[in-house]
Each structure stands twice: as C-alpha cells, then as structure tokens.
Ligand binder design. Structure first.
Ligand code: HEC
Length: 151
C-alpha cells in the first residue's frame, strides 16, 4: 500500500499546520473594502491614540450601526481604519485596524476585539483595555451595544 502512504502524507502534513497555527487571523478579509461601507468619515480620535480614523461596516452591521433599532447579528463586523495623526484627510496608508465582530454570547461584551497591524498580523485579541473602555462608552446616548460613537 505504498501509494496510499504517499497520497496521505501531504494531507496529514497540511492538517498539522492548520491545527498547530497559534496565530489569530483577522476577522475581516484583505479585500474588505469591496463590500464594507463607510459610516463615519475621517476625523481624529482622542480615545484611539489620537489617530485619524474612519469607521466602516460590513453589510450585516450597516443597519444596526446606522439606525440603532435592531441588534447586530452574529458575525457582523465594525471596523476602524486608523491613520497617522498627521494624515488629516485619511489618505492612507492605514497604519492599523481596530475591529469588533459580534459574538453569539455575552462574554467580552458580546464581541471579538482585535487590533491588527498594517501587515495583517493580529497584534492583540480581546485585550481587556478595549473591553473595559467600551463597557463605559458603549452605552446610550453615544454608545450602542458596545460601539461608542453616534453614526
Ligand atoms: C480609552 C477608551 C477606548 C479604548 C481603550 C478602546 N476604544 Fe474603541 N472606541 C472608543 C471610543 C470613545 C470610540 C468612538 C469615538 C472614536 O472613534 O474615537 C471607539 C470606537 C471604536 C470602534 C468604531 C465603532 C464605534 O463606533 O464604536 C471600534 C471598531 C473600536 N473602537 C474598537 C476598539 C478595539 C478593538 C480596541 C482595543 C484594541 C479599542 N477599541 C479600545 C474608546 C476606546
């Protein structure tokens, strides 16, 4: 059964890599700009390192974010593009992203929290700093379900 051995070995090798991969993957695809919509335009953020920022959402998060009448469905994504503070027009490049993806449970305020570097490596996931600060700002009147800004 030598052929079987050769046929299966690469499959096991690949499975091993996937199973052992410790690095988190960004919750948003590299091509997110094709489907996400801008809901807050370029401005400075005193709470996010004085970076210039823009907020974009995926189609599932659009109505909950802008209308605030329905819950964010599980999997919905709210993403902040962050730019250098001197980049007053948010012309780019993006220097990092902070992003929230809705969970199906209440832990961590009901969201996955990621800080993602320009090379798409995940710098932090579920950092308590994000969760603590959004716990206090993510309530009415400015906040809504863990998000902190009026659209
Ligand atoms: C010091 C408080 C504070 C910390 C820490 C913080 N945020 Fe925020 N965040 C805010 C505030 C206030 C806003 C809304 C105003 C603004 O954009 O500055 C916001 C906005 C956002 C938004 C845009 C959606 C919205 O309207 O709320 C995302 C996404 C986000 N934060 C993710 C994160 C992630 C991920 C982390 C941790 C890596 C984090 N934040 C840490 C205060 C904070």
């Amino acid at each position: 059964m030598r052929w079987l051995h050769f046929a299966l070995a690469p499959a096991f090798a690949l499975g091993g890599v996937a199973a052992c991969g410790e690095d988190a993957t960004p919750v948003f695809g590299a091509d997110y700009a094709a489907t996400f919509t801008e809901v807050r335009n370029c401005r400075s953020s005193s709470d996010h390192d004085l970076h210039r920022i823009k907020v974009l959402v995926d189609p599932a998060a659009h109505d909950p974010y802008t209308l605030r009448t329905t819950a964010f469905p599980v999997g919905a994504i709210v993403l902040k593009e962050e730019f250098d503070f001197g980049d007053t027009a948010c012309a780019g490049p993006v220097i990092e992203w902070t992003v929230m993806q809705k969970l199906g449970s209440a832990e961590d305020l009901g969201w996955i929290w990621q800080r993602v570097a320009a090379d798409r490596s995940v710098t932090t996931e579920n950092d308590p700093l994000c969760i603590t600060c959004h716990t206090s700002c993510g309530i009415a009147p400015d906040g809504y379900d863990g998000t902190c800004a009026m659209p």
